[in-house]
Design a protein around this ligand. Structure first.
Ligand SMILES: Cc1cc2nc3c(=O)[nH]c(=O)nc-3n(C[C@H](O)[C@H](O)[C@H](O)COP(=O)(O)OP(=O)(O)OC[C@H]3O[C@@H](n4cnc5c(N)ncnc54)[C@H](O)[C@@H]3O)c2cc1C
Ligand SMILES: NC(=O)c1ccc[n+]([C@@H]2O[C@H](COP(=O)([O-])OP(=O)(O)OC[C@H]3O[C@@H](n4cnc5c(N)ncnc54)[C@H](O)[C@@H]3O)[C@@H](O)[C@H]2O)c1
Length: 475
């Protein structure tokens, strides 16, 4: 990079994670020019330290459990999981933390890449500083999209920062299983990583502050995952209030408020995320560094015609597919505004993120999996929506019994009793992830229960759970 170089693009994107890549792609397809600025690996958290490596770590355990639950196939499982091969497969999914193929994709998509850290410097301007201190001043004709993501939050627990704790990055990229792993937080990351590392050889202890695991989901989810983790040998502690941390030789020691001590070789801190906005020059445009960006339904920062906050950085839904969805909506809005076209902000228009509020799907890849979309019963209650909850055991469906001996799972539907549409659906059980999209379509499409009745599930599939839920609702 030469000093004080200046370039102008239609759109400047900060961050080449899955969200930033998609914003750039959409606007370039819409005929605009775009540059993405990235100080680390092109592809962001999902590709290297989140979705891909974590799911690669979990997949072998899932397959083994499925085979062991089918007599005949179970006889072929004569050994244990090959940990080295599992870690090697994980490494292949992260391309050994090399972003060459994603850089190639950017190039093929006609998107420019600038390596360095981007900071806003007033309206429509970004200054990029590379590793050698060289700078480039970028001007955006139409929009700057901040897609800088989030980072692991570390709670203000006495001594915790000094014990060199693992964050999700270390937990997904570790080269070997620690003998004893303490996990602070029993949410998405805590539950998935406890499942993975216990199966790969660690003795895991989960310390969760509240009274249940996965507190954002239906209570049946945390209950089932907690009991499966315990069956796998994980020490699950609920209501654990960790007050201090220290190293004792190579050991990490966590102390809870009631004086109990927990010892491990590593501690993973997985208590949620914080906005990655401290280093983006937020103050130069009147925003607070370190805060999530507050955006409207087109993902545009309140009060600014040219600034967008898309993906994890706005704190709405911290999921790869929702960041990419937001990127499609924001990208379409940026293109339309650049052309001087009307941007319809009504719910479900091509420019707004309606699904963020009412139809967000997610899968927790634990054993059992938790696949959910839309509102939980508690959220429907909080929103004051007239609703009824129906629940049905998935294990009693012929397709589930065929899938695995002793299949245990549950399906929960939250039905709007006034409009007779689904507000939310949760499946807990082995291999339920692939059931989710049918539920997402039903929630997004607001398909009336009377019409869903005609969506006949094939026999004998686990999808017959749909028929049972509807029958239970109709009584
Ligand atoms: C362990 C773990 C597992 C997960 N598993 C799943 C899963 O299975 N499914 C799912 O949907 N979600 C999952 N998530 C969530 C998912 O990883 C995030 O929602 C997603 O990666 C967010 O994408 P993003 O592009 O918004 O942000 P990021 O991927 O964080 O990308 C932001 C990019 O911006 C760059 N950047 C930061 N500051 C600057 C700057 N000043 N200038 C320029 N660039 C900058 C960063 O280097 C980074 O590359 C998981 C998260 C974790 C932690
Ligand atoms: N499969 C997936 O889609 C997937 C997987 C991993 C992460 N993610 C995304 O990343 C986000 C972050 O994951 P996460 O697990 O870090 O956050 P989380 O919000 O899912 O869970 C954090 C957990 O930590 C607990 N907690 C908070 N403070 C604590 C403390 N001091 N001591 C003990 N427990 C404490 C909370 O009660 C909560 O259960 C998720 O919300 C999700 O959006 C998605």
């Amino acid at each position: 990079m030469s000093d004080a170089a200046e370039r102008t693009y239609d759109v400047v994107v900060l961050g080449a994670g899955s969200t930033g890549e998609n914003v750039a792609d959409i606007v370039v397809r819409g005929g605009l020019s775009a540059v993405v600025v990235e100080p680390e690996l092109v592809g962001g958290e999902c590709s290297y330290w989140a979705c891909m490596p974590s799911k690669a770590l979990l997949r072998g355990t899932e397959v083994l459990a499925e085979a062991r639950a089918v007599p005949g196939a179970a006889a072929a499982v004569t050994g244990e999981q090959d940990v080295a091969a599992t870690l090697a497969r994980r490494d292949s999914f992260t391309s050994n933390w090399d972003d060459a193929s994603q850089v190639e994709w950017l190039d093929s998509a006609g998107i420019d890449l600038l390596r360095g850290t981007g900071r806003l410097d007033g309206e429509r301007t970004v200054v990029v500083t590379d590793d050698e201190g060289g700078t480039v001043r970028l001007t955006a004709r139409h929009a700057v999209a901040v897609c800088t993501g989030s980072m692991a939050a570390v709670p203000p627990i006495d001594g915790l920062a000094d014990v060199d704790p693992w964050g999700p990055r270390e937990a997904t990229s570790a080269k070997e299983a620690p003998a004893r792993l303490l996990v602070l937080g029993g949410g998405y990351v805590g539950c998935e990583m406890a499942t993975a590392w216990q199966a790969l050889g660690s003795q895991v202890t989960v310390l969760q502050r509240g009274e249940r695991l996965l507190p954002a989901l239906e209570p049946q989810a945390g209950k089932a995952v907690g009991s499966a983790l315990r069956d796998a040998g994980v020490d699950v502690r609920l209501g654990a209030e960790v007050s201090a941390a220290r190293r004792d030789g190579t050991e990490v020691v966590l102390t809870t408020a009631d004086g109990a001590e927990f010892r491990g070789d590593e501690v993973l801190v997985a208590i949620g995320r914080k906005a990655r906005t401290s280093e983006i020059g937020a103050e130069t445009v009147g925003l607070e560094p370190g805060e999530y960006l507050s955006v409207d339904s087109t993902l545009r920062v309140a009060g600014m015609s040219w600034l967008y906050g898309v993906g994890d950085v706005n704190g709405r839904r911290q999921l790869t597919h929702m960041g990419k969805y937001q990127a499609r909506q924001a990208g379409a809005a940026i293109v339309a505004r650049a052309r001087g076209e009307e941007v319809d902000t009504a719910a479900w228009s091509p420019f707004v993120d309606t699904a963020d509020a009412v139809a967000t799907p997610s899968v927790v890849f634990t054993s059992p999996q938790v696949a959910s979309v839309g509102r939980t019963a508690a959220q429907a209650e909080e929103a004051g929506l007239p609703h009824r909850v129906v629940e049905y055991p998935i294990g009693s469906i012929a397709g589930a019994a065929l899938f695995a001996d002793g299949y245990t799972g549950t399906a929960i539907a939250v039905v709007d009793t006034e409009r007779e549409v689904l507000l939310g659906v949760t499946f807990v059980g082995p291999a339920v992830a692939e059931l989710l999209h049918a539920a997402t379509i039903a929630v997004v499409g607001e398909v009336p229960i009377g019409r869903l009745w005609h969506a006949v599930p094939a026999y004998p599939t686990i999808s017959e759970i749909w028929l049972r839920l509807l029958e239970t609702y109709r009584g």
